[in-house]
Design a protein around this ligand. Structure first.
Ligand code: B4P
Length: 182
């Protein structure tokens, strides 16, 4: 089984939802940059205050801050892992490569969760997090298309990309993921 994985997909595609299930069943470390940033916000650190303002506009937090968080988590990691919501742009992807080379743990598969925009908006509005109101969600979708979607070609060129449909129930999506990683 592949046990060094990356989830790619627009906001609300269900990356976090599926990552929790998969990491639990396969005993992988779940590295969600969104969760780690929200923990900083909840702790009220200086960095958290800075990150909250950016996240509540639907923009991306600075690469250097996010990279620092990821590096600390991946170094000294002995079991498999799933990167959820990272990398978010080409600069982050390019910075990740030397880090993974250094720890001799290359990515084995990138799972792209594909889904229609209107379904995303409906899902996120019903979740109701601080950054889940319609103008911010629409901005996050634009940011995804501009900054994150180029990673699809990046990982396709490396032969790592596996796309699945992320509509349907949580169980149905989980089953599609299981099939392509086993
Ligand atoms: P994230 O925390 O990564 O969250 P997300 O993209 O909004 O959601 P995700 O795809 O995980 O969807 P979820 O499972 O929750 O990012 C938030 C912010 O953090 C970003 O906007 C950015 O500011 C910042 N950030 C994070 N990483 C960064 C990075 N690397 N660089 C810079 N900034 C970064 O599902 C959404 C909802 O749908 C839930 O309510 C869920 O219950 C529901 N759902 C899921 N699957 C479903 C299904 N099959 N059917 C029905 N509902 C479903």
């Amino acid at each position: 089984m592949n046990n060094r994985l990356l989830f790619l997909g627009p906001p609300g595609a269900g990356k976090g939802t599926q990552a929790i299930r998969l990491c639990d069943s396969k005993d992988l470390m779940h590295l969600s940059t969104g969760d780690l940033l929200r923990a900083e916000v909840a702790a009220g650190t200086e960095f958290g205050l800075e990150a909250a303002a950016v996240m509540n506009r639907g923009e991306l937090v600075s690469d250097s801050l996010v990279l620092g968080i990821v590096q600390r988590k991946l170094i000294n990691q002995s079991k498999g892992w799933l990167l959820d919501g990272f990398p978010r742009n080409l600069a982050q992807a390019k910075a990740l490569n030397p880090l993974l080379e250094k720890i001799k743990q290359p990515i084995q598969a990138v799972i792209l969760l594909e889904i229609d925009d209107e379904l995303l908006v409906r899902r996120l509005l019903s979740r109701g997090r601080d950054d889940d109101n319609e103008p911010v969600i629409r901005n996050r979708l634009e940011v995804y298309k501009e900054k994150t979607a180029p990673l699809v070609n990046h990982y396709q060129d490396k032969g790592l990309l596996r796309a699945i449909k992320a509509d349907g129930t949580i169980d149905e999506v989980a089953e599609r993921i299981e099939q392509i990683i086993s």
